[in-house]
Design a binder for this molecule. Structure first.
Ligand code: HEM
Length: 518
């Protein structure tokens, strides 16, 4: 017994000594840097809440970002690594775009041998990221998106048919649950090539697995925190971040799908088919006529940044990891945009009328909800942009300095410094967005201060699925506006409460509202 107590005391002393050592090291770092705003935010006191994003968006971290003004740049101790926050949009723009070469990585260390699904684009670093981004970019051109459009339309048909069956009962309808089912159906269909029957079915296998990813268990949380503060301990204990069953679920689908397509010659217009082409031929072909101006910009970035290319083997595990990130990155972000927008339109009937008038006018002109019709929906686009401003699904962005960097004011930060970009806070700053809490789609008719608005990030590492997401959201919203009127629910929500412990901004509980068939 005595030995056990002694061992426990020894273990606690080692941890305390380690944390104190880290703090001393970090405070020296900031003293040398001379940054104006520095605060310890972890692991002491109530600030723990901020780091875990329990109360976000008004988390301690977000409040810190506000307090940062007018200094525009500051730092905080977080016991893991020195972290710089940047609040000046011009500096944000530099990090994302002009000086991207210094901020290529997100700074998350992964071990794909133990966690194969972590070898995905969002987490890859350096040369591996460049290689994978160059390989995957052709999959997301507007030409390829047009091929997938028919699959997307089928999912929207099912979504509308399901709502038409549900709405006449006159009760509140949970728009969150419904949007989640819809966006999972789109991703499972377009990425995995599977009709997952998720619409109106919260018990579908896909819905259950996908939700698990965003409602981490206590064990997952403990593992995550261990990995953050003591990656060496995480590795020593050979821990895995994702539950084994989730990993098996995804890898098996990818393997079976590849096998089925290779042995039967079955083909489908989806990401899986393009990944199969990548596996077989080493690249995805893009015809000149499939590209548009944005695609050219993207490939220019790839070419100028391709100096240190690395070739990695495109095996089932690596390709499975990419499909996995399309699911993780693609369903909660798009569903929250759809339900936030329907909520905002239920509260702003004049904007709703204007958006519906535009949809009906363009439908009369094009005769159907075509890809080209969506491009002309400018007011609806502004409504989507405004929703992403008010409720950015990714409320803060992080990168790491990969090469020593000197800001224009002369502050030099060493390699390894973590960079935080307070996206939510910038989106709600009255200096860049007057009356920031109001839903005003017209503000996007004017140019926006560069660096102040970045729901999809920016620069060479901008969200690769941006165009896919916008087409999906626009198509769903155009069909919804054409068919239904959105009204506030009987239990009217004046203020949205966000999910605790979530990296993404998403509503806690449901989002009840009423819908009337037009
Ligand atoms: C409204 C919907 C979406 C939002 C707001 C969003 C937002 C973001 C943001 C902020 C980033 C980081 C960008 C940066 O570091 O500059 C990102 C990266 C990424 N997103 Fe999205 N996303 C959305 C939808 C999607 C969809 C539908 C997919 C896939 C089909 C997707 C796949 C990815 C991937 C793979 C990355 C990593 C890119 C890289 O590191 O090179 N996203 N997204």
């Amino acid at each position: 017994m005595a030995t056990l107590i002694e061992l426990a005391v020894l273990a606690v002393s080692i941890v305390v000594a380690y944390v104190v050592y880290k703090f001393i090291k970090l405070s020296n770092f900031f003293d040398n840097l001379g940054l104006p705003y520095i605060k310890p935010i972890w692991p002491f006191g109530s600030d723990v809440k901020g780091l875990l994003m329990r109360e976000h968006p008004a988390s301690t971290l977000t409040k810190l970002y506000y307090q940062l003004e007018p200094h525009k740049m500051g730092g905080f101790y977080n016991a893991v690594k020195p972290t710089i926050m940047i609040r000046d949009p011009e500096l944000v723009h530099r990090v994302y775009t002009t000086d991207f070469g210094h901020f290529v990585d997100r700074g998350v260390t992964t071990d794909p041998k133990r966690n194969p699904l972590e070898a995905h684009l969002f987490l890859l670093n350096g040369a591996k990221w460049r290689f994978m981004r160059a390989k995957l970019s052709p999959i997301f051109t507007s030409g390829k998106l047009k091929f997938m459009y028919a699959e997307m339309k089928k999912c929207v048909d099912t979504f509308i048919a399901h709502l038409e069956k549900t709405v006449p009962f006159g009760k509140d309808i949970d728009m969150k649950e419904n949007s989640v089912g819809f966006t999972i159906e789109v991703i499972s269909s377009c990425a995995f090539g599977i009709e997952s029957k998720s619409i109106g079915n919260p018990n579908s296998e896909f819905v259950l697995y996908s939700k698990k990813l965003f409602t981490p268990s206590t064990v997952m949380m403990i593992k995550g925190v261990t990995r953050l503060i003591a990656p060496w301990l995480f590795n020593l204990l050979r821990l895995k971040q994702l539950p084994k069953e989730t990993e098996d679920f995804v890898i098996n689908i990818v393997k079976q799908s590849f096998h089925h397509r290779l042995t039967t010659g079955y083909s489908r217009n989806d990401f899986m088919q393009l990944l199969l082409q990548l596996k077989e031929k080493g690249s995805v072909e893009v015809e000149e006529h499939e590209k548009d101006e944005e695609d050219h910009q993207e490939s220019r970035f790839q070419m100028t940044d391709s100096a240190e290319k690395e070739v990695i083997e495109l095996d089932d595990g690596l390709l499975g990891a990419q499909v996995f990130v399309f699911l993780v990155a693609g369903f909660e972000t798009t569903s929250s945009t759809i339900y936030h927008l329907t909520y905002l339109l239920s509260q702003n009937q004049d904007c709703q009328d204007k958006a519906r008038e535009e949809v009906n006018r363009l439908l009369a002109k094009h005769g159907d909800f075509t890809y080209d019709m969506l491009r002309e929906l400018t007011y609806l686009s502004n409504c989507i942009d405004e929703t992403l401003r008010l409720f950015p699904p990714v409320p803060f962005m992080f990168r790491v300095c990969t090469k020593e960097y000197t800001f224009p004011d002369g502050t030099t930060i060493p390699k390894g410094t973590a960079i935080n970009i307070p996206v939510y806070s910038l989106h709600h700053d009255p200096k860049y967005f007057p009356e920031p809490e109001k839903f005003k789609p017209e503000r996007f008719e004017q140019p926006i201060t560069r660096g102040a608005y970045s729901p999809f990030g920016d620069g060479p590492r901008i969200c690769i699925g941006k165009r896919f997401a916008l087409v999906e959201i626009k198509l769903a919203m155009a069909r919804l506006l054409h068919t239904f009127r959105f009204l506030p629910g009987s239990t009217k929500k004046d203020k949205i409460v966000f999910k605790p412990r979530s990296f993404l901004l998403a509503v806690e509980g449901g989002l009840p509202m009423k819908m009337e068939k037009i």
